[in-house]
Design a protein around this ligand. Structure first.
Ligand code: F6P
Length: 360
């Protein structure tokens, strides 16, 4: 008998995908009583749909612990269009099932974020043995305290805030730094605290520009020449948060600036008279090598996923709860986001320190 497994990385990449796959493969090879056959699908679910895969062995996973990106390639296959055929008429779910069965796989390991986990759940409901691993710099995967990619992204965003400090203080400027996180504020919250930002704006805590401006003016009155504002790409004003989803979408679509940070910077400059600049680390937050914490967590995820497979348990996502590794049913995770709790310790402590979230 041979254990035949498939591997794919789906959605936006991150620094610790290779470290995770190394953890899976090393554990399977080390612990399995049967020979292990590995199929790596290229570019996420696309590789499964179009049978783009390569047979891999232990050597392919050696020396990749520190390598960012993904050796398999990745792509986005939006779940909302999972039942819409591809442009060439190929039906995604039946094609993936066919590939899985033709390769006679015993398990598919899927490294992905929220959308990708919904597809993994669907495949599991269709009868495939699927194990998901929580990848995303955003840390917004429900059911786990941590996702791999998050701490490395926080490092990079923090470094950006650190670097901006020196130039902001030389010029006495206000800097508005856009930080990734899609619809949640985990990276800006953590990087903002780690980098000593003066204001942190996150989607979970709608802000008012009056409060932001008051903070800047107070800093100027007390002799601080500069202000650093860490803004989540999904930050939202109280005014916009009061709109219906439809009205808000319409407003965003009508925006002439590239993103919210430009509007915030413009308003600050016009209302305070202070020179204001925008800084955007962008995709550097997903780039480079995984930090030490990410390497450890990614390895843990890989090991636990492999152990689950060897025990014959499927249909779950590896997760961390109360600092322990565990398995969460895929159906419980799919379709849910993990938001920052505005009453959480870190927000409370940041506020106590004098960091403004623009809400008061
Ligand atoms: O989910 C990771 C993430 O980097 C988000 O923080 C960001 O909103 C999005 O992906 C960017 O996506 P893309 O790489 O497609 O531009």
């Amino acid at each position: 008998m041979t254990l035949r497994i498939g591997l794919l990385t789906s959605g936006g990449d991150c620094q610790a995908l290779n470290a995770t796959m190394r953890g899976i493969v090393k554990t399977l090879i080390n612990k399995s009583s049967e020979p292990v056959e590995i199929y790596g699908f290229e570019d996420g679910y696309q590789g499964m749909i179009y049978r783009r895969y390569r047979k891999m062995d232990a050597h392919d996973f050696s020396g990749i612990l520190t390598r960012g990106g993904t050796i398999l390639g990745t792509s986005r296959t939006p779940f909302k269009r999972i039942d819409t055929p591809e442009a060439d008429g190929v039906e995604k779910v039946p094609a993936m099932k066919q590939t899985y069965h033709d390769l006679n796989l015993d398990c598919l390991f899927m490294l992905g974020g929220n959308g990708s986990t919904k597809t993994a759940n669907r495949l599991s409901q269709e009868g495939l043995n699927v194990i998901a691993l929580p990848k995303t710099i955003d840390n917004d995967t429900w059911g786990t305290e941590m996702t791999f990619g998050f701490t490395s992204a926080v490092e990079i965003a923090t470094k950006c805030i650190d670097d901006i400090h020196t130039t902001a203080s030389s010029h006495g400027r206000v800097f508005v730094i856009e930080i990734m996180g899609h619809k949640v504020g985990w990276i800006p919250l953590y990087a903002g605290v780690a980098g000593g930002a003066d204001v942190i704006l996150i989607p979970e805590i709608p802000y008012s520009m009056d409060n932001v401006i008051k903070t800047i003016e107070k800093r100027m009155e007390t002799g601080s020449r500069f202000t650093i504002i860490a803004v989540a790409e999904g930050a939202i004003s109280k005014e916009d948060a009061a709109l219906s989803k439809k009205e808000y979408k319409k407003k965003v679509a009508a925006r002439t600036s590239p993103s919210i940070v430009y509007d915030i910077a413009k308003e600050i400059e016009s209302k305070t008279g202070r020179e204001t600049r925008v800084a955007i680390p962008g995709h550097t937050q997903r780039g480079g090598i995984p930090d030490a914490q990410d390497r450890i967590f990614a390895t843990q995820c890989g090991v636990e996923a492999a152990l689950g497979c060897l025990e014959g348990e499927f249909g779950f996502m590896v997760a961390q709860r109360d600092r322990h590794m565990c398995r969460v049913p895929l159906e419980d995770v799919a379709g849910k986001l993990k938001y920052v709790d505005p009453e959480s310790d870190l927000v409370r402590e940041a506020k106590a320190l004098g960091i403004s979230f623009g809400d008061e």
